[in-house]
Design a protein around this ligand. Structure first.
Ligand SMILES: O=C(O)CCC(=O)C(=O)O
Ligand SMILES: [Fe+2]
Length: 948
């Protein structure tokens, strides 16, 4: 190939695909190429079809190309896809699939509800083939239009896709053109086409369909994110391709160059600078047009060819980077809407936003348009070597010598020799499977079922302590234990709870045995055993236990006579004056309320505007001395006065769990008048408590307890007297963004709270030190935060003392996240990606681990990713960790961020947790108004509406 000596035919690059943001899609136009053939411009539909074809080509290629696949296991995956419009129920499909695959050992079967698919992981290719065969024959698949697919479907969000250039390496050797017969453009073209077509059936179709119009394809890989309404691209090394594709909220964009590149026919590398691309005329080129060769950037490509990455590993790319003549910025960047360097690419004039100038391309950016929000103007001025997203490439990830790849490959080979997948194929493992199969065939379910039955009976009897058990019926062990035991009521309760749990599990097991699914039941109970060579189960509870557990008391304290008679009289006198202002909470007027507070409060569908509190309410707060378990200060900035005319008036069971209540706060209720009973119930209604609220009493509950207990004052028709309650809460719209940061030492300096904290007033919360993944706290220890930000893992993957496989660590992380989602279904979990370090061996691992996090997180809609890759560019600043001038990391530290790094890291967290919710853009309050000050915020009481 290199020796081809052909004259340059007229060629020009087409950059249409990358112009998604710059060129509005044109449909139905026709254009005339230089050789006068009329070439149809592609309609959106055409493009879509083409992209689908090409993406399946990519999937195939990746399937074959395990080198670029970071998840070796995913080769043995079958996907059952219930396509759109298919009415099949996923759970039913799963049941049927389990039946069909009864005889096939499998690692697991996961439901992906969002994409309506089942992902079946099998131990090896052999089992996969077997499973595929069984599935394709199964009536379930045939009759319900379920597609059996063994691609990995790595690219759920491909918007524009094409052939990744590493596939060119596969193709190239197939194209044998001798110097003599390659004199004409057409010959070369046809030979190349043949080369492509030989490679892939889909592509053949594509080419034949489009005929004539297909040239060589060059690919750039990247993903974009949106900032200030404009799309910004981050181009990646092609080896990062899967990662780029899988960032859930980014769209993958692959820049395509339908180009011939004589005279050398070297393929243009994806990262070469886009010389000559800025011309708007070229932007409008169709994919297929050929125009003036002088505009082509591909002609003068001696340096381009030097950068050619034919191996697909990025080696050449990095080699080229290492050479002193190559600029340090290898990425090219799509053209921005504006060609005016003095104007931000967002094309909007925003006089208030501080501007930054890129040191490389001199483009002006608004602070907010390049992800620099959170930085003070003074700090921005200091960013003299700042490079914009278009120019920057993180030195940690972007510049590795080729030798590193050789080492890495060797390392990977050694490592993969140690993985479970290989051991699965080993003969001893196979023998074990065979013996298990043999014993399974002689498995006598009836004996086990009867044993379970009798165990369940024993459990049932143990569970009813009121009936004195006849010990003679128990097994000797239980009998002995009962004889020796002195059981206190609490432990009895606990034993009872555990027994119910056990009982449930037994019933499940029994069902599984009866339906012949024992094997799959056992597998689903032990994912760690197959995911990881380290067979350790993380210490987390089952969803059942998590949902029903009650880790706290329903209330903190109750104090009779907490309010003096004088204060009571004063309060009643004040409330008397409010009489006409009370409003009924529903049509039945089950009770009447009136509200005072710094922020407006939406309670049972009605908006109660902010209203300054009178001194007498302040007096109540000042006079009480609530007894709480800890010394947290009791703050309140709102008071809801509720009037129950008689015992008929009531408040149904509910939780005070509005998102605007401080997650760490207490809720105080002062009762006046008739004695009423408050009932508390835990989540699964297995526990209930009641408490008489007497005249002048004070009840203190915590916001924390609301997730585990409901409360209410039910009708007591026999009571004729009136009761008035005053409920004091701490409410602020800030708490919509309340955040708990579970983070390693890099997060130590991220400051929370109002005022001048790094995260600012709108992100209140706290940081909990979590040095490594296994130290992530249990769900019940977290609290009702809206956001759970996790930034930990670097110590886990770097630990020499407690080495853990990535699969295991991801498993623990996933399990913890699931626990958090079970206990706090309204919380958003943000996993902040590991940051690059100065340790090169670790950086590769960081990248792989981040990919694995992406893989895991993609399955859950409540898990989001904080993508720190962009902010890598700031690490190059002297305030961060990288010394751009010396092109090496700062000497001081290998893992920790510098001062500026922390700021930007915090800004990234802030952006993630604040999001772009509407209410956020409407900042409607004035924090300086203080306690009961009366500015208008908005808080909402979600519970306490009467059932219809
Ligand atoms: O009146 C009471 O004591 C309880 C009121 C209450 O639970 C509420 O407003 O959420
Ligand atoms: Fe309540």
């Amino acid at each position: 190939m290199e020796d081809l000596n052909v004259t340059a035919p007229p060629v020009t690059p087409s950059y249409s695909n990358v112009l998604q943001m710059t060129t509005p899609s044109k449909t139905g136009h026709e254009t005339t190429s230089k050789d006068n053939t009329t070439i149809p411009k592609k309609s959106d539909v055409d493009r879509k079809i083409e992209f689908m074809k090409i993406s399946s080509f990519i999937n195939d290629t990746l399937e074959k190309n395990s080198v670029s696949n970071p998840h070796e296991d995913s080769q043995n995956i079958i996907v059952l896809r219930m396509d759109k419009g298919n009415k099949t129920n996923l759970t039913e499909a799963k049941q049927s699939a389990l039946k069909v695959l009864k005889s096939v050992p499998m690692i697991n079967m996961k439901e992906n509800i969002r994409d309506k698919k089942l992902v079946i992981q099998l131990p090896s290719v052999k089992e996969k083939q077997l499973a595929r065969e069984l599935l394709s024959k199964s009536p379930m698949v045939k009759t319900s239009n379920i597609v059996v697919d063994d691609t990995k479907k790595m690219f759920p969000k491909i918007t524009v896709a094409n052939i990744p250039n590493y596939t060119l390496a596969d193709i190239e050797p197939k194209i044998n053109i001798s110097a003599s017969d390659s004199q004409s453009h057409d010959t070369i073209k046809s030979v190349l086409k043949q080369g492509f077509m030989d490679k892939n059936e889909n592509l053949r179709e594509l080419i034949e369909e489009k005929n004539k119009t297909f040239d060589i394809v060059y690919v750039k890989v990247g993903y974009n994110y949106t900032t200030a309404g404009i799309k910004v691209w981050r181009w990646s090394d092609v080896t990062l391709f899967p990662t780029a594709c899988r960032v859930p909220h980014h769209h993958l964009v692959i820049d395509t160059y339908y180009k011939m590149s004589p005279p050398t026919l070297k393929l243009r590398p994806y990262h070469t600078a886009d010389k000559g691309v800025d011309s708007p005329a070229e932007e409008q080129d169709s994919l297929y047009s050929e125009s003036d060769p002088s505009k082509s950037s591909l002609h003068s490509s001696t340096s381009d060819t030097a950068n050619l990455d034919v191996t697909g590993t990025g080696e050449k790319f990095f080699e080229a980077l290492d050479s002193p003549t190559t600029p340090a910025t290898p990425t090219s960047f799509p053209k921005l809407k504006t060609v005016d360097k003095n104007k931000c690419p967002c094309n909007k004039s925003d006089g208030t936003s501080t501007k930054i100038i890129c040191a490389a391309c001199k483009q002006v950016w608004h602070q907010k348009c390049c992800n620099c929000t959170g930085l003070p103007a003074a700090a921005i001025k200091k960013l003299t070597r700042w490079q914009c997203p278009a120019c920057y490439v993180c030195p940690a990830l972007g510049k590795l010598p080729a030798t590193v790849y050789t080492e890495l490959r060797a390392m990977r080979d050694t490592l993969s020799a140690l993985t479970l997948r290989d051991s699965i194929n080993s003969s001893s493992y196979q023998q074990e499977i065979a013996s298990l199969r043999a014993s399974a065939s002689s498995f006598d379910a009836s004996e086990i079922l009867s044993k379970i039955d009798s165990l369940q009976k024993e459990i049932q009897e143990l569970k009813s302590p009121l009936v004195t058990p006849d010990k003679s019926e128990f097994s000797p062990t239980i009998k002995a234990a009962l004889d020796n035991a002195t059981i206190v009521p609490e432990s009895l309760k606990m034993i009872q709870e555990n027994l119910s749990h056990l009982n449930n599990r037994m019933t499940q097991l029994q069902d599984s045995i009866k339906t012949g699914n024992a094997a799959s039941y056992c597998r689903s109970q032990a994912p760690a055993a197959t995911d990881s060579p380290v067979l350790i189960q993380p210490n987390t509870s089952s969803p059942h236990v998590l949902k029903t557990q009650t880790p706290c008391k329903p209330y903190e304290s109750y104090e009779a006579g907490a309010i003096s008679q004088e204060l009571k009289a004063e309060l009643l006198e004040f409330i008397e004056t409010l009489d006409p202002e009370f409003s009924g909470v529903d049509q039945n007027e089950s009770r009447q309320v009136i509200y005072f507070g710094d922020y407006s409060y939406k309670y049972t569908g009605k908006n109660h505007p902010a209203r300054p509190a009178p001194p007498v309410l302040m007096k109540v707060l000042d006079s009480v001395d609530p007894k709480t378990g800890d010394k947290r200060s009791l703050k309140a900035n709102s008071c809801l006065i509720t009037r129950y005319r008689s015992g008929v008036n009531h408040i149904p069971m509910h939780r005070d769990d509005e998102i605007m209540i401080d997650p760490e706060s207490y809720i105080m209720t002062v009762s006046l008048g008739a004695k009423r009973t408050m009932t508390f119930c835990n989540n699964d209604d297995t526990k209930s408590e009641s408490l008489d609220l007497e005249d002048c009493s004070l009840l203190v509950t915590s916001r924390f307890a609301q997730d585990f207990w409901r409360h209410g004052i039910l009708p007591q028709n026999e009571i004729s007297g009136e009761r008035i309650s005053l409920t004091f809460r701490e409410i602020s719209p800030h708490f919509m963004n309340s955040t708990i940061l579970l983070g390693d030492s890099n997060t130590a300096k991220v400051a929370f709270g109002t005022g001048s904290g790094t995260l600012g007033a709108w992100v209140p919360g706290k940081r909990v030190k979590v040095g490594h993944i296994e130290a992530l706290p249990d769900a019940v220890d977290i609290g009702p935060y809206r956001n759970i930000v996790i930034h930990t893992g670097i110590n886990s993957i770097n630990s020499r003392f407690q080495p853990r496989s990535d699969a295991y660590l991801i498993h623990v992380l996933e399990k913890k996240c699931k626990d958090y989602m079970t206990v706090y279904p309204r919380a958003k979990i943000h996993i902040s990606m590991l940051l690059p370090t100065r340790l090169r061996r670790l950086n590769h691992h960081v990248e792989c681990f981040n990919r694995a996090i992406l893989d895991m997180s993609y399955q859950y809609k409540n898990i989001r990713i904080i993508d720190n890759s962009m902010f890598g560019s700031f690490l190059s600043d002297e305030h961060g960790r990288w010394d751009v001038k010396e092109h090496k990391p700062l000497a001081s530290d290998s893992l920790h961020l510098g001062k500026m790094g922390i700021r930007l890291f915090a800004a990234n967290i802030k952006t993630a947790v604040i999001g772009k919710s509407k209410s956020q853009s409407r900042v409607r309050f004035n924090s300086s108004q203080g306690r009961y000050g009366g500015a208008a915020g908005a808080a909402q009481h979600q519970g306490a509406s009467n059932p219809p």
